[in-house]
Design a protein around this ligand. Structure first.
Ligand SMILES: Nc1nc2c(ncn2[C@@H]2O[C@H](COP(=O)(O)OP(=O)(O)OP(=O)(O)O)[C@@H](O)[C@H]2O)c(=O)[nH]1
Ligand SMILES: [Mg+2]
Length: 309
């Protein structure tokens, strides 16, 4: 955001309250409340995903500090930590690790930990709407921390612009075992805790696997970075690589494709959840009917609910 543009101070209370409300909103309520136009402002979204304990929160905190202090374009940054086990602890850990007093006066940092609720993919159900909310509060960037290796990447992939996969030294076996589709998702690989032994070997393993992919000239070539919380220069290098990726998204036209895929995923998710809700509500007698009748019943319930708004 340029200096000439006026932005009111972040209303943390309102944002916190609205995020909580969204976390408890059902698919039907969501369909009912959906705004008819998309937010004008769009935050850059960076996903940090990886195995439990791989250092995502520590890294997210350091990255946030670096970007708020060094990048003039980043003045308002949000961290959403999706924590399947303990919705409270993640935010607390992050908060403890960030030295707020070192941030410049103009910087605004908002941290929130969210439970992952019902989704098997490790993302909180209403994350797309939460991210829209962050847009309407005019965040410049949002970091999204999610635990998991596997299905999670697919869901996160579509919600973020830049996906960083955080791996540990000596996780070569795990990297080998990952399905190739997953290895194709990250835009940046981080071998974190590279102060520990085995980081170089893991980086070489990842490079070998990603080199097997057929990459055309126009595609993005993901880099493998060695990062450690005790090496500030490694955080700077990661930050630069994120910028390089975000510039590439714009110049290659990929950003537009991401937005279309994101809209498609979102529509599918909300309809799937709503259909599941309707099917769960059907009675035993409904379930004894023939399939076409059951189908009609579900369709009419879906339509009925929509028309009753
Ligand atoms: N040696 C070393 N330890 C680190 C580094 N970064 C984080 N840690 C430690 O690793 C542990 C886990 O760090 P977190 O940042 O909580 O990891 P996380 O991936 O967010 O963990 P979950 O959210 O529970 O999945 C903590 O004890 C950190 O102090 C690093 O660069 N080197
Ligand atoms: Mg964490």
């Amino acid at each position: 955001m340029s200096d000439s543009e006026q932005r009111t101070k972040l209303n943390r209370f309102a944002l916190g309250r609205q995020l909580t409300a969204l976390a408890n909103t059902s698919p039907q309520e969501m369909l009912d409340k959906m705004p008819s136009d998309a937010a004008k402002h769009q935050a850059q979204r960076i996903g940090l995903t990886g195995a439990p304990g791989s250092g995502k929160s520590t890294l997210g905190g350091q990255l946030a500090m670096h970007r708020l202090i060094r990048e003039s374009a980043v003045q308002r940054l949000g961290i959403l930590a999706i924590d399947p086990s303990s919705p409270k602890s993640g935010g607390a850990i992050l908060g403890d690790r960030i030295r707020m007093d070192e941030l410049p006066g103009s910087a605004e940092l908002f941290i929130r930990s969210l439970g992952s609720r019902s989704t098997a993919d490790g993302l909180t159900d209403n994350l797309p709407e939460m991210l829209d909310l962050m847009d309407s509060f005019e965040f410049d960037e949002v970091l999204i921390e999610t635990v998991g290796v596997g299905q999670v990447e697919y869901a996160v992939r579509l919600q973020v612009d830049t996906l960083v996969l955080v791996l540990l030294p000596n996780s070569g076996d795990m990297v080998q075992a990952m399905k190739s589709g997953i290895m194709e998702m990250p835009d940046i690989f981080v071998v974190n805790k590279s102060d520990l032994s085995g980081a170089d070997r893991t980086a070489a393993d990842i490079e070998r696997i990603t080199a097997l992919r057929k990459i055309t000239k126009v595609q993005w070539h993901p880099q493998v970075l060695l990062v450690s919380n005790s090496k500030p220069e490694s955080i700077v290098a990661l930050s630069k690589e994120i910028d390089r990726h975000q510039n590439w998204l714009i110049t290659s036209g990929e950003q537009q494709k991401i937005q279309i895929d994101r809209a498609r995923y979102r529509l599918r998710r909300i309809i799937e959840r709503r259909v599941q809700q309707v099917i769960d509500e059907l009675g035993d007698t409904d379930m004894k009917q023939a399939l076409p009748e059951q189908f009609e019943k579900v369709i009419s319930k879906l339509r009925g609910a929509r028309n009753s708004i």
